[in-house]
Design a protein around this ligand. Structure first.
Ligand SMILES: [Ca+2]
Ligand SMILES: [Ca+2]
Length: 256
C-alpha cells in the first residue's frame, strides 16, 4: 500500500499544514526525507506547521488511499501546540533535537547532528580547533554550550585559565561559530578546581538567552542577567552551597 494523501479533518485551519510522507517500500520519499529502514511494516507521517500558523492548539488526523482508490479509516486524533512567543528548546543545529558534541584529545570539536527520525547521529562537522587546553582538567580552562543570543542554537563559550569568558556565536545550523566576543573576565578562580567556585550558563529569566550563574566557593549563588554583550552585576539568588562544589565528598548543582 502506498500513502498518497494525508488530509486534515474537522479543522479548516489545518489546510495550511504541510505534510511529508515516509512510507514502507519507497526508496526515495517525495519530500526529500530519507526513508527510515527501521520502519518496516509501518507508515510514518511527518507534519510540519506552516510558518504562518498562529499560536494555538491544533488537532489533525490522517488516512490512507489504496491503489484501488479506497480510503482507510481516519487515524486517531493527533495534537500539537504552536507557541510563537515561546522560544524552543535550544540545541546545536536549531531543530530542537539534541546533537552530539565531540571534543577530542587534540582539541578539535565536532558536531554530529541527530537525525529527526532515525536513532542516529551524522558523521559530524568540525567546528573548532585548538581546544585541548579547555577540557576541564587540572590547570585547564573549560567549555560550555548554551544559547547566549536566543536564536535557538547553542553557542560555544570558552572559560580560560586567564579568567576570560569568550562567546562564539553559532552560525544557526551547527556548522560553525563566529570569531568570538569577550563577555566577562576575572573568573580564573571559578574553574571548578579544588577550593574554587563554578560557573553555569542557563536561561534563568525565561527570555531564551542564557544568563551567567555564579557559584562562589563560600556557597553564594548569584545570577548575572544577559544584557546585550555583557552580563549585569548579579543578584544573589541562594546561599549555603559551599558543600556542593563537586569535591570528592560533595554534592553538586545543576541549572536546567
Ligand atoms: Ca539538532
Ligand atoms: Ca545562539
Amino acid at each position: 500500500m502506498a500513502v498518497k494523501t494525508a488530509q486534515a479533518a474537522q479543522n479548516p485551519e489545518l489546510a495550511t499544514l504541510k505534510f511529508g510522507l515516509n512510507t514502507v517500500g519507497v526508496t526515495a520519499a517525495t519530500d526529500g526525507e530519507p526513508v527510515d529502514p527501521a520502519n518496516k511494516g509501518k507508515a510514518a507521517t511527518l507534519a510540519v506547521p506552516d510558518p504562518s500558523l498562529p499560536t494555538g492548539d491544533y488537532t489533525w488526523k490522517t488516512r490512507m488511499k489504496d491503489q484501488d482508490g479506497s480510503y482507510s479509516a481516519w487515524s486517531a486524533t493527533c495534537k500539537f501546540t504552536v507557541a510563537r512567543t515561546c522560544p524552543g528548546k535550544p540545541d546545536m543545529s536549531g531543530d530542537t533535537y539534541a546533537d552530539m558534541i565531540v571534543l577530542d584529545s587534540s582539541g578539535t570539536i565536532s558536531i554530529r547532528k541527530k537525525h529527526p527520525i532515525g536513532p542516529y547521529f551524522d558523521t559530524g562537522t568540525q567546528v573548532s580547533w585548538g581546544r585541548d587546553q579547555f577540557r576541564g582538567k587540572t590547570g585547564q580552562g573549560k567549555l560550555y554550550f548554551a544559547d547566549i543570543n536566543g536564536d535557538g542554537t547553542k553557542d560555544l563559550i570558552s572559560h580560560g585559565t586567564d579568567g576570560n569568558i569568550i562567546v562564539r556565536r553559532n552560525d544557526g545550523t551547527g556548522t560553525g561559530f563566529d570569531s568570538g566576543t569577550q563577555m566577562s573576565a576575572h573568573w580564573s578562580n571559578f574553574l571548578g578546581q579544588p577550593g574554587q567556585g563554578h560557573l553555569y550558563f542557563a536561561d534563568t529569566t525565561g527570555y531564551g538567552k542564557a544568563d551567567l550563574v555564579v557559584h562562589r566557593a563560600d556557597g553564594l549563588v548569584s545570577v548575572r542577567k544577559k544584557m546585550g554583550t555583557y552580563f549585569d552585576g548579579g543578584t544573589p539568588a541562594s546561599a549555603y552551597w559551599s558543600n556542593f562544589l563537586d569535591g570528592p565528598e560533595q554534592g553538586r548543582l545543576y541549572f536546567e
